[in-house]
Design a protein around this ligand. Structure first.
Ligand code: NAP
Length: 328
């Protein structure tokens, strides 16, 4: 079977996306080939165009960390031809050919059967961003905070921040403060479920102090960097911060005081190596109780496979709302 894929080539320090033709391989034991129906664009996918980002360690590479589609060949007893599946994380689209291709072949252990209540498109509107938001929401739920607990979410217009806001709203949380750099996004974020929309400047005190007024019982931070440094001193006693993002940088300048005087937790969220055995339960939440009634608000942009190079190159640096689906 001959199929098209988008491959990234590195030429004189520039990444050049190129459509190439590939053949489906003979399957090794416990491998599955899938006809891809949808993929997505995540922040990490867009970073693959920047060779200095370190996301891809070698070129050429077929990127795309998410995909959903139908099994066309299988040497695994767990997956049958015709079965609908989804895939996010592991080495997919990083050191293994990814989802920006008409077909994919992966170890069966990476695949999740599509939950019966989700379509292939709905699974990819979530993608890694929705999965990461769900892991973050789960962390806050484990803290058993009351539904009127004041919560903070950062990166509101993005995928993780948007899904986290909509999911918490769906779960009945009413005091959601959402941070966004985009001053025009207020109406959109309030429709998602925000009760307050603030800028990063409003969050950061004029003179940052190690311990500030205890404003938030929990936070989902999809940005990190100086924003996280501003959040920690404002977390209340026993509060928890679920940190997934680094769009605002990898450095954290803080003190131990919020941890040792207010008993707060900083929980890292990793969607990539999250155990395969626990993924189905998260996707089941995404298909049922976590699924926001207003999910359509996040389903903002659909691009075709041929539009993908342009959409990828404009993704970072151009203000966007919600999620971008790639349709094959
Ligand atoms: N740990 C994990 O497993 C995991 C999984 C998925 C994503 N992530 C990370 O989570 C973050 C969000 O991913 P995503 O796919 O949701 O991306 P996205 O859709 O592009 O959203 C990123 C959002 O972050 C906000 N932001 C604030 N400062 C920024 C800056 N300096 N540069 C760019 N954006 C900035 C923006 O929202 P406003 O303009 O509204 O402020 C932007 O919309 C990324 O850092 C990504 O690498 C981590």
């Amino acid at each position: 079977m001959n199929y098209q894929a988008l491959e990234l080539h590195l030429e004189q320090d520039q990444v050049r996306p190129t459509f190439v033709h590939r053949q489906l391989p003979e399957l090794a034991a416990n491998q599955v080939s899938v006809k891809v129906a949808y993929s997505t664009i995540n922040y990490k996918d867009a970073l693959t165009l920047n060779p200095r980002s370190g996301v891809l360690r070698q070129y050429p590479q077929i990127p795309g960390i998410d995909a959903a589609g139908t099994v066309v060949a299988s040497t695994s007893a767990a997956f049958a031809i015709g079965q609908k599946v989804l895939l996010t994380g592991f080495d997919f689209g990083i050191s293994w050919p990814g989802g920006y291709a008409e077909y994919l072949t992966v170890p069966a252990a990476w695949l999740v059967p599509l939950p019966t209540l989700l379509t292939l498109a709905a699974a990819m509107w979530y993608g890694t961003a929705g999965f990461t938001a769900a892991l973050s929401v789960q962390t806050l739920l484990q803290a058993q905070l009351p539904q009127n607990a004041p919560l903070l979410i950062t990166g509101g217009t993005g995928g993780v921040g948007g899904w986290a806001t909509a999911m918490l709203h769906q779960l009945g949380y009413t005091e959601l403060t959402v941070v966004s750099r985009n001053s025009a996004a207020g109406d959109y974020l309030r429709q998602l479920g925000a009760s307050h929309v603030i800028s990063a400047n409003e969050l950061a005190a004029q003179q940052p102090k190690p311990l500030q007024k205890q404003k938030f019982a929990g936070a989902i931070d999809a940005v990190g960097g100086s924003l996280l440094a501003a959040i920690l001193p404002q977390i209340s006693y026993n509060g928890v911060v679920a940190l997934s993002g680094n769009a605002g940088g990898n450095q954290l300048t803080t003190t131990t005081l919020p941890f040792i005087l207010r008993n707060i937790q900083l929980q890292g969220i990793d969607s990539v190596a999250y155990p395969a055995t626990k993924r189905r339960a998260i996707w089941q939440h995404l298909a049922t109780d976590f699924q926001p009634a207003n999910a359509a608000l996040l389903q903002q942009n659909t691009v075709t496979f041929s539009q993908l190079p342009s959409a990828l190159s404009h993704f970072i640096g151009t203000p966007h709302y919600g999620r971008t689906l790639v349709q094959f």
